[in-house]
Write a protein that binds this ligand. Structure first.
Ligand SMILES: Nc1ncnc2c1ncn2[C@@H]1O[C@H](COP(=O)(O)OP(=O)(O)OP(=O)(O)O)[C@@H](O)[C@H]1O
Ligand SMILES: [Mg+2]
Length: 379
């Protein structure tokens, strides 16, 4: 965006009005990988093997202008690491990150600041991300100055930032300290600070999970408003797959450092294909989900996995949820083959040795799953 982030673009903007597939890609990652070395202690420091936590492995995703992409997965699946890699806060072990098609290789200094201006992060805990001894005015002024956007009329820019995050009238908030604000207001200030950089992409790492349930929706609606008015590309990280359906256009599901499924949010939440996504949804009921009324005679610890793809006999699996409990695997020695296979209720022989690539599921454009159940060649 060359004009001010605070300047709305008209609905006739050809980019904004184009079909979804045509929206320009802002940020793109391919084969993103991050291994954290494990510190060796005692005798192992001298003789033991070098080991690492394979936190993120071969992750590819694109963030499009004016579109929210949710990244969903359980704790430790690597979501924050992906966001930090995309923000340039960690060096990557492998893979490529491109901003408007140009590979990003920034470490620090001027180049990093220029990148950070365009790709901003919002963290889970707004209290921790704001300095308690400084006012809202200080935080926002500093953001505008760092990114060279303080301009001639600083007061006006500050007021516009606060209005943009619906903290109005701005005078009521501008001289407050973080502790004088509610959690939701603090997160709005953190978002205003990010907007002070005039970014093109926002990486929001669980932006509402520390807020009261009653105010979460307001903050999500604000982010949606920013997507629509400022055409920001937003990565929305969450544990809560139901909120992804409500808020995100696309949803990507991560398990143990790898992407397992992706597609438009409606399809992922209504017709999940990967057994892991099914389990996530089973364990986080969404009241709006289209399901038959529960039959009291049926043991609800069982569910059907139905694989339906064009030209294939429908395959049905009847599986026990109870069988598939358990913990996520060690990321130091992740399971061979599909990382989910030890917990997977429908694991096949090949899942234990062969890593599944992405297969088209075939029920909606762009819906894929990294699962051998969808291997067209084997059918
Ligand atoms: N700086 C680090 N050094 C070593 N290991 C790390 C580091 N950061 C993350 N990890 C490890 O990488 C894995 C992925 O962590 P990450 O924080 O990305 O997960 P997450 O999906 O964001 O989890 P949560 O939902 O709990 O926030 C975890 O096993 C974690 O312990
Ligand atoms: Mg995290």
């Amino acid at each position: 965006m060359t004009d001010s982030a605070l300047t709305e673009q008209s609905p006739s903007d050809p980019v904004a009005a184009g079909p979804e597939g045509d929206l320009p890609v802002v940020l793109e990652a391919t084969g993103l990988t991050k291994h954290f070395p494990v510190r060796r202690t005692g005798r192992a420091a001298l003789t033991g093997p070098r080991r690492s936590i394979q936190a993120v492995d071969d992750v590819s995703l694109t963030l499009q202008r004016g579109r929210v992409t949710a990244l969903v997965g359980e704790s430790g699946s690597g979501k924050s690491t992906v966001a930090r890699l995309l923000a340039g806060l960690y060096p990557r072990t492998g893979g490529d990150i491109r901003l408007h098609g140009e590979t990003v290789n920034v470490k620090r200094g001027k180049a990093f600041r220029a990148y950070a201006r365009r790709v901003q992060m919002i963290f889970q805990d707004p209290f921790a991300s704001l300095n308690p001894v400084h006012t809202v005015r200080y935080h926002l002024t500093r953001a505008l100055k760092i990114h060279g956007r303080a301009g001639e009329d600083l007061e006006k820019s500050l007021r516009e930032l606060l209005s943009r995050v619906q903290l109005t009238p701005p005078e009521r908030y501008i001289d407050k300290f973080p502790h004088e604000l509610s959690g939701g207001q603090r997160q709005r200030v953190a978002i205003a600070r990010a907007l002070g950089a005039d970014p093109e992409a926002l990486l929001a790492d669980e932006p509402v999970s520390m807020l009261d349930v009653s105010i979460r929706l307001g903050v999500l609606n604000l982010l949606r408003d920013l997507k629509e008015r400022l055409h920001l590309a937003i990565l929305y990280i969450t544990h809560d797959i139901a909120s992804a359906r409500y808020f995100a256009d696309d949803t990507m599901v991560m398990y143990a450092g790898r992407m397992v499924e992706g597609g438009d949010s409606e399809t992922i939440t209504q017709r999940p294909a990967h057994p892991y996504t099914r389990l996530l949804i089973e364990s986080a009921p969404d009241p709006d989900r289209i399901t038959a009324a529960p039959d009291p005679t049926v043991d609800n610890r069982h569910f059907h996995v139905k694989v339906a793809a064009p030209g294939v006999d429908n395959r049905h699996f009847h599986v026990k949820v109870a069988d598939s409990g358990g913990e996520p695997p060690s990321l130091i020695e992740p399971p061979a083959g599909c990382r989910f296979h030890p917990r997977c209720p429908v694991a096949m022989e090949r899942c234990t040795t062969e890593l599944p690539p992405r297969f088209d599921v075939g029920d909606a454009p762009g819906h894929w799953a990294a699962c051998w159940l969808y291997d067209g060649a084997a059918r």
